[in-house]
Write a protein that binds this ligand. Structure first.
Ligand SMILES: NC(=O)c1ccc[n+]([C@@H]2O[C@H](COP(=O)([O-])OP(=O)(O)OC[C@H]3O[C@@H](n4cnc5c(N)ncnc54)[C@H](O)[C@@H]3O)[C@@H](O)[C@H]2O)c1
Length: 354
């Protein structure tokens, strides 16, 4: 039995996460998987009603009693400083120590490629972004704020343990998936201290992973090569900030936010699965939210639970929706969220029985 916590959050999160749950419930019924869902109302409505962001006991409850969290998105114009979003999502990532942010960059059909002459054969990588350190740990401060002499410092925190474990996650993934070349990307020419640690760690790991080719590219060069020769990159590992930026380039290469899935992992522990997009207040409530990113996120969740065959079924069902252009307007279709979801479920039904 696997227990899954569902946190739809805000905006279109509340529209796409329920479709994800329906899909998982369907595949569980068809394939005899024992998945149990518990729903949590953390998000802007709850925060504005009673001040709750993430209750203190939630972290231990998730850690001890659940195998996965299916997350929608957080962010609401009524909470302009996004306090609730930080306290919910960043707390989950940091306090559950989900140090791997895994983001596939996989183009589903050539027609979605923004690059001339680069299609599904070329755009098919997986990025490993460090998820618990770097410049996002909120270490730093300001001095003489509000004066012309103001100084602001944001520290880039890198630990040996943190660097090594994210590199290992990428290398182990490459081994499991038969990928021979893994790229580590940093800016060690300009950021000598943090970059030096990444370089030393990478060189040491190269001795241990002799069956793989461990390569390095500065992040500015890698950003350029991603759009010139995306086929170079099947597995890439990098820090939190660079990973954030590179994977947005990746989402663009793979057809946009409507298709971008992600997993936050700590191997052997609970994982948090979320589409890359936010709560999209501009289209919330209009039926235009693309559910595909959530469905591909559900495939990652199924893989995490060891249900690889079922994950492939979800991916194939999504590919059929793409092939038939049963899609939402953001990716050139004319259907609404529910119509796309119903089509994908119909394909899952057929594939699971085959
Ligand atoms: N992980 C998260 O929860 C997360 C991530 C990013 C942004 N946010 C929050 O979401 C809110 C909105 O942020 P934003 O507008 O910068 O980013 P966004 O991802 O919500 O939207 C960016 C653009 O892409 C479109 N879009 C996004 N997902 C889509 C989908 N599934 N289907 C169709 N169109 C889609 C939106 O309509 C919008 O035009 C903010 O409060 C932000 O802080 C949350």
């Amino acid at each position: 039995m696997a227990r899954i916590a569902v946190i739809p959050g805000d905006g279109i999160g509340k529209e796409v996460a329920p479709e994800g749950v329906k899909l998982l419930e369907q595949i569980a019924a068809l394939r005899g998987l024992d998945l149990q869902f518990n729903h949590f109302d953390y998000g802007a409505d709850r925060f504005l009603a009673d001040g709750t962001t993430l209750p203190p006991e939630a972290i231990a409850d998730f850690r001890d009693n659940y195998q996965a969290i299916l997350f929608g998105a957080v962010g609401d114009p009524r909470v302009p400083d996004s306090r609730h979003a930080r306290e919910i999502l960043l707390a989950l990532r940091f306090q559950l120590d989900l140090y791997v942010n895994l983001r596939p960059v996989k183009l589903l059909a050539d027609r979605f490629s923004p690059l001339r002459n680069k299609g599904t054969k070329e755009i098919r990588g997986v990025f490993f972004r460090e998820n618990t350190e770097g410049v996002y740990v909120d270490v730093g401060g300001t001095y003489k704020q509000g004066t012309p002499d103001e100084i602001a410092v944001t520290e880039d925190v890198n630990s040996r343990k943190g660097v090594e474990r994210i590199c290992r996650a990428a290398l182990d993934y490459a081994r499991r998936h038969g990928v021979k070349t893994v790229w580590m990307s940093d800016k060690s020419n300009a950021m000598r201290h943090a970059g030096g640690l990444w370089q030393r760690t990478w060189k040491e790991l190269a001795k241990e992973y002799g069956d793989l080719e461990l390569k390095h590219m500065y992040v500015d060069v890698l950003a350029m090569q991603m759009v010139l020769k995306p086929e170079m990159f099947q597995v890439v590992v990098t820090n939190n900030l660079f990973g954030d930026i590179l994977t947005d380039i990746g989402a663009g290469l793979a057809g946009g936010l409507g298709f971008a899935a992600s997993a936050n992992l700590h191997p052997g522990r609970i994982g948090l699965f979320e589409p890359v997009h936010g709560s999209a207040p501009d289209i919330a409530g209009t039926g235009k939210a693309n559910p595909i990113a959530t469905f591909l996120t559900c495939a990652l969740l199924l893989e995490h639970l060891g249900h690889d065959a079922e994950a492939r079924i979800v991916e194939q069902a999504v590919e059929l929706a793409v092939a038939e252009n049963v899609l939402t307007p953001d990716v050139g279709g004319d259907r609404d969220t529910q119509a796309v979801a119903a089509f994908v479920r119909a394909q899952v039904e057929r594939l699971a029985r085959a």
